[in-house]
Structures are given as C-alpha cells and as structure tokens.
Design a protein around this ligand. Structure first.
Ligand code: SAM
Length: 333
C-alpha cells in the first residue's frame, strides 16, 4: 500500500467512526455522503453536528454604534472577535452565549444574535439606501433587520411571513430594532408575484426548508421530522416561492435564494426549475462569498443533470464560526 492509499484509508476510517456516533437517520447520512464527495469535507460536516460553535452577532447600527456597544460588552466580561468580512459583526466563544443573551444590549435590540452564515445572503444581495427591497420569507426578521441596516433605513423594505405567531414575532423584532422602512404582510409568499409584478429592485428569498444544517446530535427534536417526503414537499413550496419572487423582480433586479438545507431538491433543483421556465430572462451570477470553505453548486444528482451555470451557486461548508448554507444570486435580464 502506498502513502496515498494509506491516507485515504485513514480518512475513511475516521469518517466511518464519526458517522457511527451520529444519531441521524441512515438515509440522511447516505445522502450527505453522495452530496459531499470529499472525505475531509464530509468529516467537517459531521463534526459540525456535534461541536459547539462561536456565537455571532451584529451591532444594530440603526440605533447605536459599534464602539459604544463593544466597550460596554467588553466591560461586562465578553471576549469579542470581529468577523472581518461583515461590517459591525462579532463573535464570542460558545461558553459566553448566556452572558451575551443576558446583556441590556441584547434586551434593547442594540445587537442581533444570529449564525454568521445568515450574514452571507444579505451581503450577496447588497441592498442600498433608497431601493425597493422584498424579504419574501422574513420571520423572525434577522435578515430583514440586516437589510434595513444596509439600506440605512432609507427606501422601502417589504417583509412577508404567512405564519401568524411568526408574523407577530417579526413585527415585534422590527420595532425593537428600530427598522422604520418596513411594510409587513401576513400572506403566502407564493401570491406576491401575481399581486406586485416587476416591483422590486432586490429580493431575498431565505426559503422555508428542512433545516438540515441545524441538526444537532444532542437535540433529537432537531432531526425528528426529517424524511425524503418532507424534502419533496419543501421543494414544491420553494419552486412556487422562487417563481413568485422572480415575477416580483423588476428587469435588471437581483434575487438571492438561500436555504440551510443540504438537499439538492431544495437547492439546485429549485434553481433548475426556475431556469426551465424563465432561462432566457435569467443570469446566474458568479460572486465572491467570503466564507472560508465553499463548494460549487451541483450540476448532477441521482441521475439528473442541471444547467452548468448552477455551479455558480455556493455551498458553504461549516467551520468554527459558520453553519452550512446554500446560496445563489440571480439577475433578471
Ligand atoms: N429570513 C428569516 C430570518 O433571517 O430571520 C428566516 C426565515 S426562515 C428560514 C423561513 C420562513 O419562511 C419561516 O418563518 C416560515 O414560516 C416562512 N414561510 C413558510 N411558508 C412560507 C410561504 N408560503 N411564504 C412565505 N414564507 C413562508
């Protein structure tokens, strides 16, 4: 056996031993190993289900400033590390999570605690002051607040959420965080395209999904309802939502689609479906994603082939600070 064989043997031994300790359905784990072919990447994903992550937050620059907040949090014993690729974003060690959540800064909406992966789609969309922007699946509102920060509370920011209690949570969060430009709608996002065709400069569709990247080995509830049938149901809904978003986008406008699922049916297949219907009006854009480890979108999965430009989608792999994430940027021609 040569060195390369020995190393790949070691990698697959350690892959199998981490896998054996994960309590998830075998079907889910089998799918993961089909989606992520490199053994080291796969181990990284396995470890992310078990290891604690840093806790990230953004300073809410709509109501305060970075220096005031950082000084106050440091005085309260928090160890802040800036997240270099996102303005006003920081992380603290996992062990300081409850201390962070007990601060008056958290209580008063001067910070918003959120996985750092959630910053990526908002940065990709690049909403600007004065634009007309839609957040089509908005509750509890973390990304809506971030969009309002990017827009410096200037312009129009519509936020849609159909689920009643989540809609109220969204409204309360927007108020607590000083968002003044939001118009909130309790409605199914799939109806929005028909009601407001070609209205928006930029649209974020942070789609409801099977949340596979949020599964935790020590939290049985996080994966209790997983099934391939549920993935197919989500995929159907996501295809309806992305078509509606696309209809609402003005020509020249930008749409960012994202999920926190690994399932190709909820990611690349949703894009492929939109391209099938509107391919001549869409450019799938390549863009820089500041995450440390990113894979391209898949162009084949279980016997299906998808258009080559879907490789410009980003599959963010988990790290100490990031959860896995899928995102893609489309422009309407
Ligand atoms: N963007 C949010 C944030 O950063 O706080 C998280 C959004 S979460 C991934 C997806 C949201 O879509 C959920 O609040 C869910 O209730 C909502 N949703 C479910 N079905 C929907 C539909 N048909 N139209 C619009 N939103 C929907």
């Amino acid at each position: 056996m040569d060195d390369a064989d020995q190393q790949s043997g070691d990698a697959s031994d350690s892959e199998n031993s981490i896998r054996a300790r994960l309590p998830f359905p075998a079907e889910f784990l089998d799918r993961l190993s089909e989606i992520i072919s490199d053994s080291h990447d796969l181990q990284q994903v396995y470890r992310s289900f078990v290891e604690p992550k840093c806790v990230s937050f953004r300073v809410n620059t709509l109501v305060t400033d970075v220096t005031t907040v950082c000084n106050s949090l440091a005085d309260q014993g928090l160890t802040l590390t800036p997240i270099p690729w996102c303005e006003a974003a920081f992380q603290v060690p996992f062990s300081q999570r409850s201390l962070l959540l007990q601060t008056s800064e958290f209580d008063h909406g001067h910070i918003y605690v959120q996985t750092a992966s959630s910053f990526l789609p908002v940065l990709a969309l690049n909403a600007l002051p004065g634009e007309t922007v839609l957040d089509l699946a908005a509750a509890p509102g973390g990304k809506t607040i971030h969009l309002a920060q990017c827009m410096r509370n200037e312009g129009v920011l519509s936020a849609v959420e159909p689920v009643r209690n989540r809609f109220f949570k969204l409204m309360a969060n927007l108020k607590r965080h000083g968002v003044q430009i939001a118009k909130t709608y309790q409605t199914d996002g799939r109806t929005v395209g028909r009601k407001t065709p070609e209205r928006f400069d930029k649209i974020l569709l942070d789609a409801p999904c099977s949340s596979e990247s949020r599964f935790r080995a020590d939290d049985a509830d996080s994966y209790a309802y997983w099934s391939e049938r549920k993935i197919r149901e989500q995929s159907r809904k996501q295809k309806g939502l992305i078509r509606s978003a696309f209809q609402s986008l003005r020509p020249g406008g930008t749409l960012v689609y994202c999920t926190c699922s690994f399932a190709p049916e909820e990611n690349e297949a949703v894009l492929a479906d939109l391209l099938k219907h509107h391919g001549d009006q869409i450019q799938v854009q390549d863009f820089t994603c500041p995450a440390p480890h990113v894979l391209p979108g898949l162009t084949h999965w279980r016997g299906r082939d998808w258009p080559a430009e879907i490789q410009y989608a980003k599959r963010v792999l988990p790290s100490h600070e990031l959860d896995s994430f899928f995102l893609c940027k489309l422009v309407k021609l």
